[in-house]
Design a binder for this molecule. Structure first.
Ligand code: UDX
Length: 475
């Protein structure tokens, strides 16, 4: 099929590339001219695992093109709208980009088109789209509107698109339902060349759920809000664990064994970030308010999350006493691993506060430093975790990148000034840290002090100022 995707952000670019991967001919537009030029010349405006390879393959095969919105509107029988819906000051989703695309389709589109909202939008946006498309159409355009919410996680979006648990579509005509089915058939049947797992056994077929437009729109907001609620819930349980001396890891494990609860999204930390959860929870609260439903539960979810960075700062201050003048290594700036996205990342607020209190910050993130630079201009960016830890009074882990899990502990111990790790993501088992000569403060678990290394153990702290002090202290 000939398909168009309007907007080449994380969602649009993944959607366009994966639709081309499963066999469609796709035209993707981007209004930011710099970004468009980059894509047209084979560059990538963002980091997302596997995406660059997929784009390269499908472009070589002549199934993916980049260009203007006008060209995209002229191209596809179905048009996916994947533009941004950022939050307004009052928490509402800003729908001006969606409206702009609707007007452009109405003005330039002709014949029949299926217009698909993939951007996360408030319930009833589909109805508005339908109304505007028919009100403003000038070239005899007839169209259906479908809602097709995305459930793509940054960092695994290609995998999520090609091997989803469910595909949700909201439609109000059988023609639209048939077209949506045709578009997704290769994924529903799991019959396409998988760019990630070449030659892997066939995956489980996803559920293809057909609803009305409003219900599909609600499924997206309700799903993200529910997941955010799980995170805030476990974060409060973590606070309680710290207060009573219990271990949140064990509590989460025990809870997650109940299939009605499940183990996912029960990792405590310094709060959820990114461009989806914070804005989607806010927007859902506003949608409920406008419909006279007081969704106060979600207001608490939001409040708990907003307090996480503050809570973590208190933890840092408890360890360091005075923050002013301290050298702090920040490991991780992205809102989660495997992405370069720093939008609404807890690291940004945390580092701003630390710098504001007079700390000297040396930061390292494998992918997100370029994007963080404009938000955090007054810190030192480093080329690896050890460089960031040079002379540090504390290492603070903010994002759980895999590369932080495998460390040369001897090197680290001889690099820092004080052997202290404050972990906002519970990357390590406390025993591992203390065995390697560090004091460890994490989330919802009992803090641990460094062990005295015994003969035959791997730590050689003789060359380390921090190592010497750690040993003296334990003697
Ligand atoms: C989310 C949804 O998962 C996805 O379905 C939707 O379409 C887009 O929004 P994403 O924002 O990429 O995806 O990240 P996700 O993996 O869901 O994590 C969101 C935030 O929650 C991150 O900041 C992460 O660190 C945090 N989180 C997640 C926790 O703090 N604890 C957890 O147990 C899980």
């Amino acid at each position: 099929m000939k398909l168009s995707v309007i907007g080449a952000g994380y969602v649009g670019l993944t959607t366009a590339a994966c639709l081309a991967q499963i066999g469609h001919e796709v035209f993707c537009s981007e209004s930011d001219s710099e970004k468009l030029a980059k894509l047209q010349s084979g560059g990538m405006p963002l980091f997302e695992p596997h995406l660059e390879d997929v784009i390269k393959t499908v472009r070589q095969a002549g199934r993916l093109f980049f260009g203007s919105t006008e060209e995209a509107i002229a191209w596809g029988d179905a048009i996916f709208i994947c533009v941004g819906t950022p939050p307004l000051a009052n928490g509402d989703a800003d729908l001006s980009a969606i409206e702009g695309v609707a007007r452009a389709i109405a003005k330039r589109g002709s014949g029949y088109r299926l217009v698909i909202e993939k951007s996360t939008v408030p319930v009833q946006t589909g109805a508005q789209l339908r109304k505007h498309l028919s009100l403003h159409s000038t070239n005899g355009l007839t169209c259906d509107v479908a809602s097709n919410p995305e459930f793509l996680r940054e960092g695994t979006s290609v995998e999520d698109f090609l091997h989803p648990d469910r595909i949700v579509i909201g439609v109000d005509s059988s023609r639209a339902a048939d077209l949506m089915h045709e578009i997704y058939e290769p994924i529903v049947k799991q019959e396409f060349t998988c760019p990630i797992h070449a030659g892997c056994p066939k995956r489980k077929e996803p559920v293809f759920l057909v609803t009305d437009t409003g219900s599909a729109e609600l499924i997206k907001h309700a799903s993200n809000s529910f997941l955010a609620m799980k995170i805030s819930f476990i974060n409060m349980v973590a606070n309680l664990c710290e207060a009573v001396g219990a271990d949140v890891t064990k509590v989460a494990e025990g809870m997650g064994l109940d299939p009605r609860i499940g183990p996912a999204f029960l990792n405590p930390g310094i709060g959820f970030g990114g461009f989806c959860f914070p804005k989607d929870v806010q927007a859902f609260i506003r949608i409920a308010e406008k419909s006279r439903c007081d969704f106060s539960l979600l207001k608490e979810v939001e409040k708990i999350n907003q307090r996480r960075v503050e809570y973590f700062l208190e933890k840092i201050a408890k360890e360091l006493w005075v923050i002013r003048g301290k050298k702090i290594a920040i490991w991780g700036l992205a809102f989660k691993p495997n992405t370069d996205d720093v939008r609404f990342a807890p690291a940004i607020a945390l580092v701003k506060s630390l710098v504001g209190e007079g700390a000297q910050v040396r930061a390292y993130d494998p992918e997100a430093m370029e994007k963080a630079k404009s938000m955090l201009p007054n810190i030192t960016y480093c080329s690896n975790p050890y460089d960031a830890a040079e002379g540090a009074d504390a290492i603070v882990i903010v994002t759980e990148w895999d590369e932080f899990r495998v460390l040369d502990w001897k090197r680290l111990l001889s690099t820092v000034e004080h052997p202290l790790i404050i972990d906002g993501r519970n990357v390590f088992a406390p025993e591992e840290i203390s065995r390697n000569g560090f004091r460890y403060a994490s989330i919802g678990r009992i803090d641990s002090a460094p062990c005295q290394p015994t003969v035959g153990e791997t730590i050689d702290s003789s060359s380390s100022s921090a190592g010497n002090r750690a040993q003296e202290a334990s003697v």
